[in-house]
Design a binder for this molecule. Structure first.
Ligand code: PLP
Length: 328
């Protein structure tokens, strides 16, 4: 977390006997500028996971279906189940675990009722990007009764020049998209719980009904920290660069060991393992390394979060030892 953000959080602690909503408006302006929209396009939430929840809550009806790729971040499906939505889970391509956008489109087209489409781009756990042109043309085609939730938690890590945020569609008037963002990734503020939604003003007003006043959904130290972090361009550049270089260490090791992996556009890597993920996890844990949980059906793949360069050197060395033992 940016030292300036830490300092900003500490600076308001002594005044935290009062509500901190007055601080939120500066943050709202900074976030709005970042996405080239006006302030009334922004809704804050305690982490983007709560924005996933409330966006689903605000659009859940008895006959709504939730269309989701088989291999993606789990909160969307979990909340959709909690709100009794029908789940249409679309199988990923087991060759490269890519998302079957056509399959998702078909699921929407053939369904008699409203759909919520949840897309994480770049995706978790695969770390890959979905083609921006294809997403945009689907959104622009305005399928009937369909809301798109675009979760761009990891967008700031992307190096692929063809990747685009959907924020420019919202800025141009798209009212069928809710874009979700978080301060938990590039800003390295996961414990502060700051996230937000970007959407057309009417949509934001509707979402606001499912939350206490959004500026009270996050604490004053969190708002102050997020505000300082948005302005700390040096830290954001450092955060990106340190992820790029630590990830490269790990990717080089995977190449050296001839282990298959997907092109990573995030702060984690998804790679093949030998055997079962549970066994690999346990072996890693014995070396004080926590790797990702199982992501069925990719049970012989593992998601490894990128740490510091020293941490990735340590993990790489363990992987080499595992190879010596025939475990990987
Ligand atoms: N969306 C995606 C794709 C994530 O991977 C995560 C966390 O890992 C979240 C949302 C939730 O983030 P937050 O900490 O903002 O709730």
């Amino acid at each position: 977390m940016s030292p300036k953000a830490q300092q900003a959080a500490i600076s308001v602690i002594s005044g935290a006997n009062r509500y901190g909503d007055e601080y939120a408006e500066t943050l709202r302006t900074l976030v709005a500028q970042y996405h080239n929209v006006k302030e009334d396009y922004i809704l804050f939430s305690a982490g983007s996971s709560d924005a996933i929840r409330l966006t689903i809550a605000a659009h859940a009806t008895a006959d709504t279906q939730f269309v989701v790729p088989e291999l993606t971040y789990g909160d969307g499906e979990d909340f959709a189940k909690a709100y009794n939505l029908k789940i249409a889970k679309i199988k990923s391509n087991p060759q490269d675990w890519s998302i079957d956008l056509k399959g998702m489109q078909e699921a929407v087209a053939k369904y008699q009722g409203p759909s919520i489409v949840y897309l994480v781009n770049p995706n978790n756990p695969t770390s890959t990007v979905i083609n921006s042109n294809e997403i945009e043309s689907w959104i622009n085609s305005k399928p009937k009764d369909t809301l798109f939730i675009l979760d761009e938690a990891y967008a700031e890590y992307v190096n692929n020049p063809n990747y685009r945020s959907v924020d420019h569609l919202i800025a141009k008037g798209a009212d069928n998209v809710v874009l979700l963002k978080t301060f938990s990734k590039i800003h390295a503020m996961a414990g502060m719980r700051v996230g937000y939604a970007v959407a057309a003003p009417d949509k934001i007003k509707h979402l606001q009904d499912y939350l206490e006043f959004d500026a009270l959904a996050i604490s004053s130290p969190s708002i102050k920290a997020a505000t300082a972090s948005m302005q700390d361009k040096d830290f954001l550049a450092y955060s990106k660069k340190s992820n790029d270089s630590a990830r490269e260490i790990y990717l080089n090791t995977l190449q050296e060991l001839d282990i298959e992996y997907l092109p990573s556009e995030t702060n984690f890597v998804f790679h093949k393992i030998k055997g079962n993920i549970e066994e690999f996890r346990q072996r890693m844990l014995e070396e004080n390394i926590k790797v990702g949980r199982p992501f069925p059906p990719a049970n012989d793949w593992c998601r490894v979060s990128v740490g510091t360069t020293d941490e990735m050197i340590y993990v790489s060395n363990k992987l080499r030892e595992f190879r010596q033992k025939g475990w990987i």
